[in-house]
Design a protein around this ligand. Structure first.
Ligand code: PA5
Length: 357
C-alpha cells in the first residue's frame, strides 16, 4: 500500500489539513456564491468603466489570470493584470481596480491599491482582512470579505469565484445560471473521485501524483484559460509539493521551447510532460500539440495527456485546475512533506517588513 492510501499517515503528515481544504473545494465554491450575493456594491453599480485592472500576487494573483482569460473574448474594455508594485500609466480615473490579496497585506498589492486611490480610480478590495480592508473602509470603497484561516492558494474557491460572481453582479462577467450549475456539478463529482478515501487504483489525482513522484512536472496549456491553469499547476507544485516545476503555452512554445529539449537529456529524463487537451480547441492547435508531443516525447520520462472536461469554459477551467491543486497535495505527501507551510515566502515577507521599521 502506498502512503496515499494510508489515511493515518496522511493525517500525520498533513498537519494543517491542506488535503481537507482541497476535498472541500466544492463547499468553498458554494460559500463563495453566497458571499458574492451578500456583498454590497452600491458605489460601483451602473458605472461604465474605461478598463479593469486586477491586482494580486501568488495564490491571489491567480484570480486575475483566470478571470481575464474567461472574459477577454467578450469584454470590450481593456483588462490588465498587475503583479507588482506599480499601476501602468494608462490605468487612471474611470478604471476599476480590483485589489485581490487573501491576507490583505501583500506589499505589492497594497502599493498598487494606494496608487489607484491617488489616481481616483474606482477600487474594490477582496481579502480576508489586513491593510486592503483598512484602505477600503477608510476611503469608503467596496470590500469583499472572505473567510479567514486558509492558505491563500487553498482559498482559491473564495478568491476567484467570489470576485468572478461580484463582476457578474456588476454586469461585467456574462455567464448563465446553467453554466454555473454545470461547473459546480462537475466539481462536486470530481471531489468525490479525488478524495482520500478513494484508493490509488481508482483515484486519478493519486495516480498522477505517483507518476510525478521524483520527476519534475512541465505543464503545457494553450493560450487563454488553459494557460492560466497551466501556470496555476506549476505554482501549486512549487508551493504545496515543494517541487521545481515549469510551464509554457501553445502556440508560443512552438517558437522556442520545442527546440530547447534537444540537449541535457540526462537531466530531462527526470521530467514529466503534462499536456492539457481540449477537444474543442481549434484544429491547428490540435495539430501543434500532436506534432510537438511526437517531437519531444523521447526527452521526457513520461508524457501525460489530460483531457479537459466540461462544456463551458468555466467548468473546463475549474475542473482542470482542481485536478492540479489536489494532485500537488498528494505529491507533497508522497515526498513526505507538509503541504501547508511555505517558509521561504514567510522569510522573504519578514525580511521586507524590516524595511518599514
Ligand atoms: O499561496 C501563497 O501563500 C502565496 O502565493 C501568497 O498568495 C502570496 O504571497 C500573496 O499573499 P496574499 O495572497 O495574502 O496576497
Amino acid at each position: 500500500m502506498n502512503i496515499l492510501d494510508n489515511l493515518k499517515k496522511v493525517r500525520e503528515l498533513d498537519k494543517q489539513d491542506m488535503l481537507g481544504v482541497e476535498e472541500n473545494f466544492y463547499g468553498q465554491l458554494l460559500e463563495a456564491k453566497k458571499i458574492a450575493e451578500s456583498t454590497v456594491l452600491s458605489q460601483l453599480k451602473n458605472k461604465n468603466f474605461a478598463g479593469i485592472a486586477i491586482l494580486g500576487m501568488g495564490g491571489s494573483g491567480f484570480t486575475g489570470d483566470i478571470i481575464k482569460s474567461l472574459i477577454i473574448d467578450y469584454v470590450e474594455i481593456p483588462v490588465e493584470i498587475v503583479k507588482g508594485y506599480d499601476l501602468p500609466a494608462f490605468v487612471k480615473k474611470g478604471w476599476l481596480v480590483i485589489a485581490v490579496s487573501y491576507s490583505g497585506n501583500t506589499e505589492e498589492t497594497v502599493s498598487a491599491a494606494n496608487q489607484a486611490l491617488q489616481k481616483n480610480c474606482e477600487l474594490l478590495c477582496v481579502a480576508s482582512g489586513g491593510k486592503t480592508e483598512e484602505i477600503a473602509s477608510v476611503n469608503g470603497k467596496c470590500f469583499v470579505r472572505l473567510p479567514s484561516g486558509f492558505q491563500p492558494r487553498g482559498a482559491s474557491g473564495y478568491l476567484f469565484f467570489t470576485t468572478y460572481l461580484v463582476l457578474r453582479k456588476l454586469c461585467i462577467v456574462n455567464i448563465s445560471d446553467s453554466e454555473i450549475e454545470e461547473a459546480l456539478n462537475l466539481i462536486r463529482k470530481k471531489s468525490e473521485l479525488y478524495k482520500r478515501d478513494i484508493d490509488t487504483d481508482n483515484n486519478p489525482a493519486k495516480k498522477l501524483a505517483l507518476k510525478l513522484f521524483n520527476n519534475m512536472p512541465v505543464i503545457y496549456g494553450t493560450d487563454g484559460y488553459l494557460s492560466a491553469v497551466a501556470f496555476r499547476w506549476k505554482c501549486e507544485f512549487n508551493e504545496n509539493s515543494k517541487y521545481p516545476s515549469f510551464w509554457a503555452e501553445f502556440p508560443e512554445l512552438n517558437h522556442n521551447e520545442t527546440v530547447g529539449w534537444e540537449n541535457l537529456k540526462g537531466l530531462t529524463g527526470n521530467f514529466v510532460l503534462i499536456v492539457f487537451k481540449d477537444k474543442e480547441a481549434r484544429e491547428r492547435i490540435k495539430v501543434r500539440i500532436k506534432t510537438t508531443v511526437q517531437l519531444i516525447r523521447s526527452h521526457f520520462n513520461d508524457v501525460v495527456e489530460i483531457d479537459v472536461e466540461g462544456r463551458s469554459k468555466l467548468a473546463k477551467a475549474l475542473s482542470t485546475m482542481y485536478l492540479g491543486d489536489i494532485t500537488s497535495v498528494y505529491l507533497a505527501l508522497l515526498a513526505g512533506v507538509d503541504p501547508t507551510p511555505v517558509d521561504r515566502i514567510s522569510i522573504l515577507k519578514a525580511e521586507l517588513a524590516k524595511l518599514d521599521k
